[in-house]
Write a protein that binds this ligand. Structure first.
Ligand code: IPD
Ligand code: CA
Ligand code: CA
Length: 255
């Protein structure tokens, strides 16, 4: 394992242990952000702080784009940038105590070099990048089969299906079924492992960048609703899938 991969992996395992310990606490501070369905807990903030401390000790020149603590904007992607989602699926963390991930992407001069997605309670850790391939708990995984929408499941979020602004009901009809897990990391792991034909959701950079590096390394496709590269700034409609399913989605969503 490359030095940086080994380091990030060990920080995320440590962060996962701290999060697991917090699950028994009854006094965990939980706040809302943009609305009652948008939660942040003290563990989201503490985990991001912990990861940033490790990153800064390792590479003081690194830049951070992180969901919490006012670090959610970055002027540009020059240099080495760590993109952090300390707990992806905070609602699941609070209510289910499972189905959440810790996620980090490392970009260099605007290009995705490494992605790390750790489903903490499932002990499932995927990492990789264009130079090293993709690994699931240390075992290299191959590109999933290039299945069509009609041959697989699609991850969607419930508001999208309810409002049907981009023909989501047609996507549902064409596929073998819709799955809604409430965690982008869980969905992107499933896509990388070949358990989904596609995933569509409104996502922020820290939601899609870590899994996105893994997807693209394995030849899967992702873009915004216009088919353009995702910008890594602000929320966008994320469309990801096998090459076949991706092309079908673009057609269906623009009919
Ligand atoms: C959320 C989850 C969810 C997705 C939301 C994200 P958070 O992340 O990934 O699945 O639908 O758009 O914001 O806020 O729990 O880190
Ligand atoms: Ca997230
Ligand atoms: Ca989060």
């Amino acid at each position: 394992m490359q030095d940086i991969v080994k380091a990030v992996h060990s920080w995320m395992i440590d962060a996962g242990e701290q999060i697991k310990e917090s699950l028994n606490r009854e006094d965990l501070l939980i706040e809302t952000k943009s609305g009652r369905k948008d939660l942040v807990t003290e563990m989201d903030k503490a985990t991001q702080d912990y990861l940033i401390d490790q990153i800064m000790a390792y590479d003081p020149a690194a830049k951070i784009l992180g969901e919490e603590n006012g670090l959610d904007q970055l002027a540009d992607l020059s240099g080495r940038v760590f993109i952090i989602d300390p707990i992806d699926g905070t609602m699941n963390f609070v209510l289910e105590k499972e189905n959440f991930c810790i996620m980090i992407a490392i970009y260099e001069e605007g290009k995705g070099r490494f992605g790390f997605v750790y489903n903490v309670m499932k002990d499932e850790f995927l990492w990789g990048g264009p130079e090293i391939g993709v690994f699931n708990n240390g075992k290299e995984i191959k590109a999933p089969k290039n299945i069509a929408l009609s041959e697989g499941l699609v991850g969607l979020n419930s508001p999208m299906l309810i409002h049907n602004r981009h023909h989501e009901t047609d996507i549902s009809d064409r596929s073998l079924g819709i799955r809604m897990t409430g965690c982008a990391g869980v969905e992107l792991i499933a896509l990388v492992k070949g358990q989904r034909a596609a995933y569509v959701s409104h996502l922020a950079p820290w939601d899609y960048a870590p899994g996105g590096v893994l997807l693209e390394t394995l030849g899967l496709k992702m873009a915004n609703i216009s088919g353009e590269p995702l910008s890594l700034s602000g929320r966008e409609l994320f469309v990801g899938g096998t090459p076949q399913a991706f092309d079908e989605l673009m057609e269906l969503m623009h009919q």
